[in-house]
Design a binder for this molecule. Structure first.
Ligand SMILES: [Cu+2]
Length: 536
């Protein structure tokens, strides 16, 4: 009997009891891990080889997208992975570790039976290096990448980007981290005594639906394609309900939401209270200054680099990384009747933390993702950082460009009323200065994490934010701590307008460029919530 089957059976009885008492829907409880259900399954952490092994490439690296039998840590089922061999070690989905200034040379080999191409998410490079879907290669084909790493230190990542197949391929396993280091990062890690894979932990969070025998199940219905495919089991580094044995010291977590559609509201919880976190970085590296917070939203594609201080804990104590209840704002309900694709649950149900009817586990449900078990008492004499490497203030002014996100009558999600057309570029920008994009999401909508290729945003302002975002504002412009610094993916809630400044003026890539602006809810992207952006 597989692990997931055992879990299912043991939880069913428990859920029935709970459901009777609490008046909650039975399905919502089936796979919602509660702290008491965590066993001794170790969290897969990056090592010197294997799945998510740390790989600092020297020379040209070949990444082969292919099926990897038995590779999914949670169930031992097959998954898709990028295979690589380097200096005698074999890897699956290697965590690429590069230095700023280094030349990156990689060849993607397509071992799938359908087209694919890699997008280096957040990594600067000219458009032909960025995995535009027009460059997708067929089965047996290959694509050569080669460009210098010009990013500052940060937590970037890579995943497929063939049009209409991005969600499925990412979901089936093709995704990993792309970590860039520089001298600022070296100093930071040295000051805090942080080691990648030991006390500096890349953590990708993904929700999955599993078949009865533990295989990954990607079979979105029409409703799922419209709202996003939600799983009922949440994995951390591919493992369900894992434990990381920890010491009484500082830890760094590089959190990545690698789910196709699910948004998380993350906190570290100990004995019923949320522990303080120090947010030090996000999509584009270090923030201007560390931000103390007790929780953060993480939408698909976004990263958060956080420090967690376990010095005051004692051996035997546990900390859980949890999803905290929130309103997932599936407020597209009013439109659903019009599309004829109505779903069962009333939109109002979201206010109670159950996000519609898709999947047994609502986005707004409370559940645990990872356990930290304090085992070792150590002396740790470093102090928390009071400052971080400085970055410029967001630029003031610029050419304004309104962007609207809405559900098309009788159709899917649109940007400025349009869906993706490979041959047209509805957004044309000049390499001449700053543009301010005012991204407005309709009221009868759902949250959309909007991602731009090739350039970082600086968030200027949030207007019309829902209470759960507004309550986390750290300034009068309504920005949250997670909006500070450089962003490549920004979550826009229903009814909200997020203004971002993009500097197209700094010389970057020679010649005309064709990048993409799209929703990182990957079902939305694949359904066409994506536009070409031509930079001339
Ligand atoms: Cu979307």
């Amino acid at each position: 009997m597989t692990q997931s089957r055992r879990d299912f059976l043991s939880l069913t009885a428990k859920a029935a009891v709970l459901a009777a008492g609490a008046g909650l829907g039975l399905p919502a409880l089936l796979h919602a891990a509660t702290p008491s259900e965590f066993g001794s399954t170790p969290l897969p952490v990056p090592g010197a080889s294997g799945l998510f092994g740390l790989l600092a490439p020297e020379g040209r690296l070949t990444l082969t997208a292919a099926e990897a039998p038995g590779a999914l840590p949670a169930t031992g089922a097959p998954m898709l992975a990028y295979r690589a061999s380097h200096k005698g070690a074999d890897y699956l989905n290697p965590i690429l570790v590069l230095r700023k200034g280094q030349d990156f040379e990689a060849t993607l080999a397509n071992g799938l039976n359908e087209p694919t191409i890699i997008h280096w998410h957040g990594v600067d490079g000219p458009w032909r290096q960025a995995g535009h879907p027009s460059y997708a290669i067929g089965p047996g084909g290959s694509y050569k990448y080669g460009f210098p790493i010009t990013n500052r230190a940060g937590t970037y990542w890579y995943h497929p980007h063939p049009h209409a197949l991005t969600a499925k391929q990412s979901y089936m396993g093709l995704a990993s981290f792309f970590i860039v280091r520089d001298s600022e990062e070296d100093a930071f890690a040295k000051d805090l005594d942080l080691r990648l894979g030991v006390t500096d932990i890349p953590l990708v969070i993904q929700d999955k639906r599993l078949t009865h025998d533990g295989r990954l199940d990607y079979s979105p219905s029409k409703d799922d394609l419209l709202m996003g495919y939600l799983g009922d089991t949440v994995l951390a580094n591919g493992q369900h309900k894992p434990t990381l044995k920890a010491a009484t010291r500082l830890y760094r977590f590089r959190l990545l939401n690698g789910s196709t559609a699910r948004i998380y509201n993350l906190s570290f919880v100990q004995g019923g209270s949320r522990l303080p976190l120090l947010l030090v970085g996000n999509d584009g590296g270090f923030l201007p200054a560390p931000q103390r917070l007790d929780g953060l939203f993480l939408a698909p594609g976004e990263r958060a680099d956080v420090l967690l201080d376990l010095r005051d804990l004692s051996p035997g104590q546990e900390v859980f990384l949890q999803n905290m209840p929130f309103d997932p704002m599936h407020n597209e309900g009013g439109m659903m009747g019009m599309t004829g694709m109505g779903h069962g649950a009333a939109p109002a149900a979201s206010a109670e933390g159950h996000g519609g009817s898709h999947g047994a586990l609502g986005e707004g449900d409370a559940y645990a993702i990872l356990r930290l078990l304090v085992e070792q008492q150590v002396a740790y004499d470093r102090s928390l950082p009071k400052s971080l490497p400085s970055i410029p203030e967001p630029p003031a002014g610029g050419t304004e460009r309104p962007i609207t996100l809405a559900l098309q009558h009788m159709g899917g999600w649109t940007i400025n009323g349009l869906t993706f057309d490979m041959g047209s570029a509805p957004i044309v920008v000049k390499k001449r200065g700053v543009e301010v994009w005012r991204i407005s999401n309709a009221k009868e909508s759902m949250p959309h994490p909007m991602h731009l290729h090739g350039y970082f945003y600086r968030v200027l302002e949030r207007k019309g934010s829902p209470a759960q975002a507004k309550s986390r504002a750290v300034d009068t412009q309504g920005r949250m701590a997670t909006d500070l610094g450089y962003k490549d993916t920004v979550l826009v809630w229903p009814g909200e307008t997020v203004s971002v400044a993009i500097d197209f003026g700094t010389p970057r890539y020679p010649g005309e460029q064709l990048f993409l602006f799209h929703c990182h809810n990957l079902e939305h992207e694949d359904q066409g919530m994506m536009l070409n952006v031509k930079v001339v």
